[in-house]
Design a protein around this ligand. Sequence first.
Ligand SMILES: *[C@@H]1O[C@H](CO)[C@@H](O)[C@H](O)[C@H]1NC(C)=O
Ligand SMILES: *[C@@H]1O[C@H](CO)[C@@H](O)[C@H](O)[C@H]1NC(C)=O
Ligand SMILES: *[C@@H]1O[C@H](CO)[C@@H](O)[C@H](O)[C@H]1NC(C)=O
Ligand SMILES: [Zn+2]
Length: 464
Amino acid sequence: MSYNNHHKTFFPMAKSKHVLSLKLSITLLNLLIVAATAAVTNGLDTPSSKIWRPWPFKKLNKPVVLMISSDGFRFGYQFKTDTPNIHLLISEGTEAKLGLIPVFPTMTFPNHYSIATGLYPAYHGIIMNKFTDPITGETFNKGLDPKWWLGEPLWATATNQGRKALTYFWPGSEVPKGSWTCPKELCPHFNLSVPFEERVDTILNHFDLPEEDIPDLMMLYFNEPDGAGHNYGPDDPRVTQAVAKIDKMIGRIIQGLKKREIFDEVHVILLGDHGMVTNCDLKTIYIDDLADWVKIPADWIQAYSPVLAMNPNWGKDVKNPGEKNAELVAKMNEALTSGKVENGEFLQVYLKEKLPKRLHYSESSRIPPIIGMVGEGLIVRQNRTGVHECYGDHGYDNKYFSMRSIFMGHGPRFRKGKKVPSFENVQIYNVVAEILGLQPAPTNGSSLFTRNILLPFGETRDVE
Ligand SMILES: *[C@@H]1O[C@H](CO)[C@@H](O)[C@H](O)[C@H]1NC(C)=O
Ligand SMILES: *[C@@H]1O[C@H](CO)[C@@H](O)[C@H](O)[C@H]1NC(C)=O
Ligand SMILES: *[C@@H]1O[C@H](CO)[C@@H](O)[C@H](O)[C@H]1NC(C)=O
Ligand SMILES: [Zn+2]
C-alpha cells in the first residue's frame, strides 16, 4: 500500500520505452509529489499544485478496468426509455458523443476481437463470424482453435505482464494465448443460459478478494439487446425491454461498487460491438436475377448478406482465376447498374483489393477474393424461395450510422461530463493498456489517441 508500490505496479511500465530510466522516472515523480505536497501544505492553490496529485485511491492501490459489452447496443438506444444508470456513467464520465464506430464487417466476433486486440479484422484473423479459408478450405465458425485467433488480446497482454485478468463470455477469451490459459475460475465457459444477474454478481464478488487477487482487468459480455434486435428489428418494444434490462444490470454494478466504496476508483467502460438495422423481404437483391449477364452458382457464395462473400471455383483448367474474377465483378456490376435488376443499385461488387481503403478489408488471405457491399438494410439471396418477414441485422458498411454503438468511460482517468468525437473501436486497446500501465502490443490504433480521452496519470480525478 506504500507509494513505492504504486509506482512499481503502475507508472514505469508505460514509460519504459522512453529515454528516461525507470529509476529516474520514480525519482522525478517523487520530487514532483513532494513539490505538490509542499505547495498544498503551504496553502497555495496554484494550478501546478494540482498537476502531480498523489494517487487518489482510498480502497484500491492499483488501477482496475471493468469493461462491459452489450451486444448490438445501437447508438441512440440509450434514449429509447429511462436509462438512469447508463446516464449516470455518461454524465459523470466521458462519452463518444455520436457513438463508437465499429470495424467492417460490423459483426459480433470481428468487433469484439478488434476491441480486445486493437487490430482490424484483416490483421486479427476473425474476418467474419463464419468463413471458409480460401487457401486451406477449412471453415471457422466461432471455434476456439488458437490458429484462427491472431494478435494479442488485452487479457493476454495483462497476464503476460504479470497482471490478473478475468473474462466473462467475451468472444475469443476462451482461446489460449501467451500466458493466458483461460483458467476455470477466471474465464467461465460461454453459456447463454447464465442469467445476467449471475454474471454481474460473479464480477462483483471478485472485488471482495484480498487486494492482490482482485483482477486488474475484467471483461464482461451481455448478449442483449442483439438477440431481440435480430428477432424483431430495432424498433420493437421487446428491444426497448432489453435495453431497460441492460440499464438495470449497469445499476446493479454501480450499486455493488458503491456498496464497496470503490465506484469512483474502478474504471468502468460500457460499450457495444455494433448497431442494428431493420431489413425486410421487399428490400432484397436476388443473385439469380443477374443470370442474363452472368450465372452464379450458389456454391461460389460463402455468405450472402449483410456482406456478400464470393470465392468462385473456376476449375483446374482456368490458368488465370484473378482475370476471371475481375470479369465476373465487371459483369455483376453491369447487371446491378442496368436498372433491370430489382434493388440492383443497392449492391456494389469489388475485388477485395479494390474495396475502399477505409474498410481495411483486403490484407488477409482469409478474405475471399470478391466482396459485395450491401446497402443499409438490404438483403441478398440466391432466389425467391423461402419466405421471411422483417427482422434486424448488422454487418453492413461501418459508415452507416445505424451500425454505430456506444462508448462511455467512468473512473479516475476519465474526465467528468466530457464528450469526445466518435472514434473506431481499434483505439480502445491502447486506452486500457494506458490505464493499466501495460506495455501495449502493436495495434491499428494511434498511440496519441489515449491523450484525447484520458487524463494524464497524476492528474486523476478526485475520489468523491
Ligand atoms: C448453463 O447455465 C445454466 C444456468 O446457470 C446451467 O443450468 C447449465 O447447466 C449450464 N450449462 C452448461 C453446459 O454448463
Ligand atoms: C434457391 O437457392 C437455394 C440455395 O440458396 C437452392 O437450394 C434452391 O434449390 C434454389 N431454388 C430454385 C428454385 O432455384
Ligand atoms: C495494423 O496493424 C498490424 C500489426 O501491427 C500491421 O501489420 C498493419 O500494417 C496495420 N494496418 C493498418 C492499416 O494500419
Ligand atoms: Zn447480432
